[in-house]
Each structure stands twice: as structure tokens, then as C-alpha cells.
Design a protein around this ligand. Structure first.
Ligand SMILES: O=C(O)C(=O)C[C@]1(C(=O)O)C=C[C@@H](O)C=C1
Length: 255
């Protein structure tokens, strides 16, 4: 389960540590994507660039990459969710014994369609410059790294919800039985933590995204990704979508 965790130390603290580490990955992925301009031909629905494949080039690259990764066992890991789950090939490698901490109902939760739409239509235009440099394959590889990092973070809501349920079953059981999503949302929300998360990711974008020179001068006015965009990403999408996963998980928790 959590990076650097054996599964035996499954606590809210260890889960939050993993979320904090995943912030670094997300900020670095965005900085990598910002090296390329928009390259909008990659996302164009009507340009059939690959003979025999109907759809945008980014779909082709992501589907083919996910197929290879599925054969190598990526989606056997309960932390990983594919963007194109239909017709994925099975894993060909021996199963790793992942600790099974989630309720089986959690496996059916996959909100990658919402993450894909948010990333391509809302987030990308906020941090990528206009233009076309023809580097479509590298750009798509970079997009997929961002999408996978965001997806892993948001679906980590399943683990957060599981530990919150285990820590306070008496609080969670009545709204779960009543299928009261609003009450569950209230119970799992911790505004103090959310504020801290947003502040910290903005700071990471400032620290990681500066131009570093050999002298003592750093250019603190030019960042690889605008720190306020990273704070907005968490505020408008990452945290709300994580909470949506948490509620969806809890609703199924007693099935
Ligand atoms: O850390 C938690 O308790 C979480 O549920 C995660 C998270 C987040 O997405 O960062 C989501 C909801 C809470 O209000 C606080 C933070």
C-alpha cells in the first residue's frame, strides 16, 4: 500500500505522510509538462493521426502505454486505476502480495474520467504556454505521468476513508446505513488540514520551481509552474475529488 509503508502501520498519520510525498511527485510532473507548449494537435478529436486508430493521439498513447503496464502488473496494485479500463490485458507477471486493507467494494471506484476531463480541459491551459513544437510523444508521456500521479493521489481517498471508518465506526455507520452522503462529507472533512495542504503545495511549487544558479542568487520571481495554480489545483479539484472518492468508498463500506 502506501509508499514506504508495510501495511502493518496503517494509520491516518502514515496515510497523510504518503499524501505529502505524493505532492512532490505532482509538482515535479507539472514542471516537466510545462517544458512543452500546449501541442493541441495531440488532443484533437478529429485529426486521426494514427492509421487504424480513431481518436486523439493522446488516447492512442495512453491506451497503448496502459496495456503494456497492465501486462507488467500495474493494475493489480489497489492504488492504481487505469484511464481506459475496457479491454485491458491481464497481468502476465507473478502476483505481488499487496496488503489487502480495503473493503472489496472499493475496487469498483474509478473516477479517472472526471480527472482526465479536469486535467485536459481546465488545468493544462492554466500552466502551459500556447504553441506547437511537434514533440507529441514526449508531451503525452508527460501528460500520462501527471494524470497517473493525480489519479493515485485522488484514489488514495479509499485508504483515507478506510482508516477513518476503522478509527470511528460508531460515527460512520449510521450515515452509511442511511446512505447520507452529505453527512459523510461533513464527518470526513477537516478544514484545518485542507488549509495546511494548500499552503504546503504552493510552497513546494515555489521551492522546487525556482531557477537555481551557481551563485547565491536564485530567481525567485520566475517559477516553472505558477505556485498559485498548484494551490488552485488542490483547492478546486484534488481535495474535492479525493473527498468524492472517500464518500463513494464509505457508502459501499458495509455492503
Ligand atoms: O487528511 C485527511 O483527513 C483527508 O481526508 C484528506 C484531505 C485531502 O484531500 O487532503 C481530504 C479531506 C479532509 O478535509 C482533509 C484532507
Amino acid at each position: 500500500m502506501a509508499e514506504g509503508s508495510s501495511g502493518s502501520e496503517f494509520t491516518l498519520d502514515s496515510i497523510r505522510k504518503s499524501l505529502i510525498r505524493q505532492e512532490d511527485t505532482i509538482v515535479f510532473c507539472l514542471m516537466e509538462r510545462a517544458r512543452f507548449p500546449m501541442n493541441s494537435a495531440l488532443y484533437n478529436q478529429s485529426l486521426d493521426l494514427v492509421p487504424g486508430f480513431s481518436g486523439p493521439l493522446v488516447d492512442f498513447i495512453v491506451q497503448e502505454t496502459e496495456a503494456v503496464q497492465a501486462k507488467a502488473g500495474r493494475y493489480v496494485n489497489p492504488e492504481e486505476n487505469p484511464f481506459f479500463p475496457d479491454n485491458l490485458p491481464p497481468s502476465l507477471v507473478p502476483n505481488y502480495n499487496y496488503s489487502q486493507v480495503l473493503h472489496p467494494g472499493g475496487a469498483s471506484i474509478n473516477i479517472n474520467k472526471a480527472i482526465w476531463d479536469m486535467y485536459l480541459n481546465q488545468l493544462l491551459p492554466l500552466f502551459v504556454v500556447a504553441g506547437d513544437d511537434g514533440n507529441y510523444a514526449s508531451t503525452a508521456a508527460s501528460d500520462l505521468s501527471c494524470l497517473q500521479a493525480l489519479s493515485r493521489r485522488i484514489h488514495y481517498g479509499k485508504f483515507v476513508a478506510e482508516i477513518k471508518f476503522r478509527d470511528a465506526p460508531h460515527d460512520y455507520e449510521p450515515p452509511i446505513r442511511a446512505k447520507d452522503a452529505d453527512e459523510l462529507m461533513k464527518l470526513l472533512t477537516d478544514e484545518r488540514v485542507e488549509k495546511m495542504v494548500k499552503k504546503r503545495v504552493e510552497k513546494k511549487a515555489i521551492v522546487f520551481g525556482q531557477d537555481v544558479s551557481g551563485s547565491n542568487n536564485t530567481d525567485s520571481k520566475h517559477y516553472k509552474v505558477d505556485p498559485s495554480v498548484v494551490a488552485r489545483l488542490y483547492d478546486e479539484w484534488v481535495i474535492p475529488l479525493t473527498k468524492r472518492v472517500e464518500v463513494e468508498y464509505l457508502i459501499r463500506r458495509l455492503n
